[in-house]
Design a binder for this molecule. Structure first.
Ligand SMILES: [Zn+2]
Length: 48
């Protein structure tokens, strides 16, 4: 039922795809740094 969403770390721009944002960024280790973004923004950030 629920859709996965894109989240972006506002510190290092790491993009995560899932139901919830990671609590701690796996790249820069900052806590609660992820913000929800639209798919087109995720595509742009990832350079696809
Ligand atoms: Zn990060």
């Amino acid at each position: 039922m629920s859709d996965k969403k894109f989240f972006r770390c506002n510190v290092c721009n790491d993009v995560h795809y899932g139901f919830f944002p990671p609590e701690i960024c796996s790249t820069c280790k900052v806590k609660d740094a992820y913000v929800e973004i639209e798919e087109k923004e995720a595509v742009s950030v990832m350079g696809l």
